[in-house]
Design a protein around this ligand. Structure first.
Ligand SMILES: C[S@@+](CC[C@H](N)C(=O)[O-])C[C@H]1O[C@@H](n2cnc3c(N)ncnc32)[C@H](O)[C@@H]1O
Length: 291
């Protein structure tokens, strides 16, 4: 069965074909059929139904199919180029979701520069205090863990990741803090946070929401490890035309700001409110909530 978009003759990336796309083809087809079957064929030695006249019809059909496919390809291309945006290739998007191997290490290293401003913003929004016990979910390169440790010099920083490659990279970067018992980095791939209830004063996560299997369950799990009165900051690119065009939807599940706010409310967070972070690479927003 055709899905809705195929039935409307839409490309998977959203461009829809309309009758006006076929005007140039009709401009070629109508005179060719009239001249071919109306004038040339009847007056020539290939008149009637034979290999040559059927062959002529088949070439017209082939031209129509090629034209139709050409319009589809052009619509796909024009959609990708929305406002000069280039869609991130799927293999790189998969690496951002779960960095592995050498390419994962490279992606992690680039990310540490690319997302620095929004990560600084997350720490600023949380108003860290010297003795805070802090948790970062999806710490990636581990640069923000080091910064948080600097802002809470008498506190403890924990982190959880799905990627072993990132855990290695972040552990190398924070080896002295780990040796001093101030940083504790863990790998967990089942959505559970390997910490007891009511462990943390501050929790944050930046650019990981898109990859959560079950955002509602993940938020309940986050709330479980927060102390009463603790604060949570979630930073992400909200769903809009430009973000949708930039990231492949096979990897990135984008949410609107309103959706995320109501997910936090449903998970039982109090005082849920949005904050914007001006960022060099596009619009990033934060949703804050308290336990
Ligand atoms: C786009 S990177 C962002 C890294 C870092 N937070 C930053 O802002 O630079 C996403 C990171 O989240 C991790 N990640 C993805 N899903 C996760 C999950 N469910 N729990 C914890 N980490 C996750 C990935 O392994 C990756 O390192």
């Amino acid at each position: 069965m055709l899905n809705k978009s195929e039935a409307r003759n839409c490309t998977p990336s959203g461009g829809c074909m309309t009758v006006r796309h076929f005007y140039p083809l009709l401009g070629f087809l109508i005179p060719t059929v009239i001249m071919g079957y109306g004038v040339v064929i009847p007056r020539s030695c290939i008149a009637g139904l034979n290999e040559s006249s059927v062959g002529f019809g088949m070439s017209l059909l082939g031209a129509c199919l090629a034209y139709w496919q050409g319009v589809r390809a052009a619509l796909r291309g024009s959609n990708k180029r929305l406002k000069g945006v280039v869609r991130r290739p799927e293999f790189l998007a998969r690496q951002a979701r779960h960095p592995t191997g050498l390419l994962g290490a490279l992606v992690g290293w680039i990310m540490s520069f690319e997302t620095a401003s929004e990560n600084r913003m997350a720490l600023w929004l949380l108003r860290l205090r010297p003795r805070d016990h802090i948790l970062e979910i999806g710490f990636g390169h581990g640069r923000t863990i080091a910064r948080a440790a600097g802002l809470a010099p008498l506190g403890k920083i924990s982190g959880v990741e799905v990627s072993e490659q990132m855990a290695k990279m972040a552990s190398r970067r924070n080896r002295r803090l780990i040796a001093a018992g101030r940083v504790d980095l863990r790998v967990s791939q089942d959505g559970r946070l390997p910490f007891p209830d009511q462990s943390f004063d501050k929790v944050y996560s930046v650019h990981t929401l898109y990859f959560w299997e079950d955002p509602a369950a993940q938020l309940c799990e986050i709330k479980r490890v927060m102390k009463p009165g603790a604060c949570f900051a979630l930073g992400f690119r909200p769903r809009d035309e430009q973000t949708q065009a930039s990231f492949p939807d096979s990897v990135y599940r984008l949410h609107s700001l309103t959706e995320v706010q109501s997910l936090l409310v449903q998970a039982g967070f109090q005082d849920v409110r949005p904050e914007s972070a001006p960022s060099s690479k596009g619009r990033v927003v934060f949703v804050l909530g308290t336990h």
